[in-house]
Design a protein around this ligand. Structure first.
Ligand code: AMP
Ligand code: MG
Length: 340
């Protein structure tokens, strides 16, 4: 098993055990499986058969949009530059393009050629030279994607799509819709670091979500007490390689086509909208602390926790009182205020 998958599994088990310990409900359904290049693990209360439905929905979405899978619709579009896609892929693609706009291009689904060039799709890592990076950066431009929203998409030569930074969040939203149609009254769905919290726990208490420690992703530097919604975390620790003492992470800056290197260890976003939470956790990582803070202050409809390399934690005021630092950590916590 890949190291990051093992880390994700430990994290999932801990999240679920925290949840289980605080629920007295016996009518549960659970599932644990690999999808979207990560491990997913679900616990649902009040419906004994819904996990299978959610799991198959996520697996079929994954099969449609996995850019590395020769049978997927996104692979077909990336290769042929023109494809008519299914309603599921169309919905995710429209959603993702709107998020590129909303996140000011720090999230850009056309990073795929750069992701490939650095070796993140195969594990054959390499450092492209400056000329190659310049060409790659010029090819990253989500506005070049032509999609009318109801089926046929076109890509210019040199442009390829990667929905990896938003697919789990979108899947969290789709899962939420399935739960709403079911008899479930509470659920914790861990989609590999993107966590969908649904309903109310039987004892009325709030959910408690651990935030992974980038230095030891099986552990948590803190806990967030939450109601319904999605908590999504992006971190360099999820995938990276090292060469000559320097670390190159899988989150790329669309402006340079190079891995981000801006003193951030992880970004956690809390939002009602899973696709936004997932895309924004990647985008705010790219923005860096100052721009991410300004973005939050201008929009104000989500919250974040940003952990910097010097172990300072920046927590927005909407969740500041809901965050508890774990006992063995001495991180400094700063409250980030909204302007309104
Ligand atoms: P996440 O784990 O959600 O932060 O997504 C990271 C993945 O999304 C990477 O492994 C890449 O495949 C892709 N990616 C990297 N940088 C970006 C970016 N700036 N915008 C969109 N997708 C990205
Ligand atoms: Mg993301």
């Amino acid at each position: 098993m890949k190291t990051f998958l093992r880390g994700a599994l430990c994290a999932i088990i801990l999240t679920l055990s925290i949840f289980l310990a605080s629920c007295g409900d016996t009518q549960t359904d659970t599932a644990s499986f690999e999808a979207m290049d990560t491990l997913m693990s679900f616990t649902v209360y009040g419906d004994e058969s819904i996990c299978d439905t959610i799991q198959s929905r996520i697996l079929s979405l994954d099969a449609l949009v996995d850019a590395t899978d020769e049978n997927s619709e996104i692979y077909r579009l990336n290769t042929a530059k023109k494809a008519t896609v299914s309603a599921d892929t169309a919905a995710l693609l429209s959603n993702a393009l709107a998020l590129c706009d909303r996140l000011d291009g720090s999230f850009d689904i056309t990073v795929y050629p750069a992701v490939q060039a650095w070796g993140f799709t195969t594990g054959d890592y390499r450092i492209p030279d400056d000329n190659e990076l310049k060409t790659l950066a010029e090819s990253i431009d989500y506005t070049a994607v032509s999609f009318d929203g109801d089926g046929t998409a076109f890509l210019p030569e040199g442009v390829m799509l990667d929905l990896g930074a938003v697919a789990k969040g979108y899947a969290a939203d789709v899962s939420g819709d399935i739960l709403r149609e079911s008899s479930a009254h509470a659920a914790v769905l861990n989609l590999g670091g993107t966590i969908r919290l649904y309903g109310k726990k039987p004892d009325g208490s709030r959910f408690k979500v651990g935030i992974a420690d980038p230095q030891n992703p099986a552990g948590y530097f803190g806990y967030l007490s939450c109601g319904e919604g999605v908590v999504a975390t992006s971190g360099g620790y999820e995938r990276f390689f090292e060469q000559d003492g320097k670390r190159y992470i899988h989150i790329l800056d669309p402006a340079t086509a190079a891995p981000v290197d801006n003193n951030i260890q992880s970004v956690t976003i809390v939002s009602d909208n899973g696709a936004f939470a997932d895309a924004a956790s990647t985008a705010l990582f790219v923005m860096g602390l100052d721009k991410a803070t300004a973005y939050y202050q201008n929009h104000n409809d989500f919250d974040f926790i940003i952990l910097t390399d010097d172990n300072n934690l920046y927590v927005t005021e909407g969740i500041y009182d809901d965050f508890t630092l774990s006992d063995s950590y001495d991180f400094t916590i700063q409250k980030v205020r909204s302007l309104s």
